[in-house]
Design a protein around this ligand. Structure first.
Ligand code: TPP
Length: 567
């Protein structure tokens, strides 16, 4: 029974570092699940639905902190449900192994109609759907080549840092086969190679460009993660004396406690004094940027290509000049570190013009809670023992302004921006990093999408603090384009969570309306209830938003409503 596909897959997952796998059972994956639960190093976590299992397993929660995540679902009904989460993981370059229990191997090539399909005898529908959201797909319906297919899929995911799809016929996991007769031999991946001559030429050109600049700056982008180049980026800043900013989507990938850190560069909605320094620089190096309509604030960044060096994970482009392929970002930044002359002009400018934040806000007694007041208190909760997870919505903007202390982690899903992501992501993240207290900020609209998997957090004994920000609507949408569809039904959110809790697991809930109550709630959540899942529903005015959202919303709205070009 050891020489089986089921055991091979279980061992392989353990070997690549997976300890938790998120799943929803179905008749096509039950035998496989038996092997996964039999593996002592693997914890199979049943979720309420596949979307959340995907969000949890998907790098989103899990691969972000540990390197790789996995989920197991059932044919088509499960597969098509998890797909949105897989697409999100793709957008964030996260390796994720999506395993689907598939049809009996004898049914392939027949004209049979199977349950859980749309009722036509085409077994490739699910596969086709996954082709555009994964970097590699295998359909395992023979034992002879199963070993090779599974290993190729898993190693491709790790190498490409993208999700893969593995479908396994439901009748195969338990049948012994000689190809599985030994413990899987570990993978070793050759890193993508840098072309040495290209590297030298790129460094030469970049050094020449930057060394003649008067006040150059660095900006970190989200591809720093997949390039594993955050440390090299900081070393470049250390040795050159340049200031550095982060793009919004790279928050958490560069150290904010560093003396040369100047904040978030997000065009008109940057943190104070950051855009002024970046946009007035005569040269900027962007490491791993993604410029989309959101990160560019409706295409309104005041950047000029002739001033920019763009470094992507395997490519360097210098201003309007040459481009160099097959150059790894990490190698490039390291080599450039040795070639830049020290220049702290931008650092000095920043400190000359910088005015520290105004006086801290203090509410009048029992005054309805304001969002700005709330985030001052969340700021004070952060330490090296916390991680912040920010949902799509105004939480993007409010959390972006938090100043992360050393070691405080930060995750959100900016490129894909699928609401509800943060519930599953929180589940997966807290499971992967039990030593940190996760603090999740989620709007009421997003929470309504995926709320049920707070249940799984309780089952797992997690002690996350969830701030449910109840402003009665899809406020980010209101600021882009308002209409009656942006008002949502008000729920009794603490009542909902109490019902989900139902006396099993440690859970504490409260509603807060004013600063005094918030202070008390935080004291309880971090004191007597520090071992519980703490759910704090914060009631705020429907028009209480960050000022950044207002500015950004107008600009995105303008970009969305550009009229068609004349034909
Ligand atoms: N559906 C999905 C799956 N993802 C989306 N991003 C959207 C729809 C469009 N959308 C973006 S933000 C948002 C919606 C519907 C509303 C978020 O509301 P809420 O969570 O209450 O946050 P708030 O903006 O109020 O802070």
């Amino acid at each position: 029974a050891n020489a089986t596909l089921g055991r091979h897959l279980a061992r392989r997952l353990v070997q690549i570092g997976i300890t938790d796998i998120f799943s929803v059972p179905g008749d096509f994956n039950l035998t496989l699940l038996d092997y996964l639960i039999d593996e002592p190093m693997l914890n199979v976590i049943g979720c309420c639905n596949e979307l959340n299992a995907g969000y949890a397993a998907d790098g989103d929660g899990y691969a972000r902190s540990r390197g790789v995540g996995a989920c197991v679902v059932t044919f088509t009904v499960g597969g098509l449900s998890v797909i949105n989460a897989i697409a999100g993981a793709y957008s964030e370059d996260l390796p994720l192994i999506c395993i689907v229990g598939g049809p009996n191997s004898n049914d392939y090539g027949t004209n049979r109609i199977l349950h859980h399909t749309i009722g036509v005898p085409d077994f490739s529908q699910e596969l086709k759907c996954f082709q555009s959201v994964t970097c590699f797909q295998v359909v395992v319906n023979h034992l002879e080549d199963a070993h090779e297919m599974i290993d190729t899929a898993i190693s491709t995911s790790l190498k490409e840092s993208k999700p893969v799809y593995i479908s396994i016929s439901c009748n195969l996991p338990s049948i012994p086969h000689p190809t599985f007769s030994r413990e899987p031999v570990p993978f070793s991946h050759t890193p993508k190679l840098t072309n040495q001559m290209g590297l030298e030429a790129a460094v030469e050109a970049a050094a020449e460009f930057l060394n003649k600049a008067v006040k150059p700056v660095l900006v970190g982008g989200p591809k720093l993660r997949v390039a594993k180049a955050s440390d090299a980026f900081v070393e470049l800043a250390d040795s050159s004396g340049y200031v550095f900013a982060t793009m919004p989507s790279a928050k958490g990938m560069v150290p904010e406690h560093h003396p040369q850190f100047i904040g978030t560069y997000w065009g008109a909605v940057s943190t104070a004094f950051c855009a002024e320094i970046v946009e007035s620089a005569d040269a900027y190096l962007f490491a791993g940027p993604i410029f989309n309509d959101y990160s560019s604030v409706g295409y309104s960044l005041l950047l000029k290509q002739e001033k920019a060096i763009i470094v992507q994970p395997d490519r360097v482009v210098i201003a309007n000049g040459p481009a160099f392929g097959c150059v790894s970002m990490k190698d490039f930044l390291k080599a450039l570190t040795k070639r830049l002359k020290h220049n702290n002009a931008a650092y000095e400018n920043y400190h000359r013009i910088f005015i520290p934040d105004g006086k801290p806000l203090k509410s009048a007694p029992k005054e309805p809670l304001r969002v700005n007041v709330m985030f001052q208190h969340i700021q004070q909760m952060l330490s090296s023992e916390t991680a912040v997870i920010a949902e799509t919505g105004d939480s993007w903007f409010n959390c972006q302004k938090l100043k992360l202390p050393e070691g405080c982690r930060y995750e959100f899903q900016m490129q894909y921006g699928s609401i509800g992501w943060s519930v599953g992501a929180t589940l997966g993240y807290a499971q992967a990093v039990p030593e940190k207290r996760v603090i999740t900020c989620i709007g009421d609209g997003s929470f309504q999408v995926t709320a049920q998997d707070v249940s799984t957090m309780l089952r797992c004994g997690q002690k996350t603090i969830i701030f449910l920000i109840n402003n009665g609507g899809y406020t980010i949408e209101v600021e882009i384009h308002d209409g009656p569809y942006n008002v949502i039904k008000n729920w009794n959110y603490t009542g909902l969570i109490d019902a989900v809790h139902n006396g099993e697991g440690k859970c504490w809930t409260t509603k807060v309306f004013c600063e005094e109550e918030l202070v008390e709630a935080i004291a309880t959540a971090t004191g007597p209830e520090k071992e519980s899942l703490c759910f704090i529903e914060v009631i705020v005015h429907k028009d209480d938003t960050s000022k950044e959202l207002l500015e950004w919303g107008s600009r995105v709205s303008a970009a969305n409503s550009r009229p068609p070009n004349p034909q």
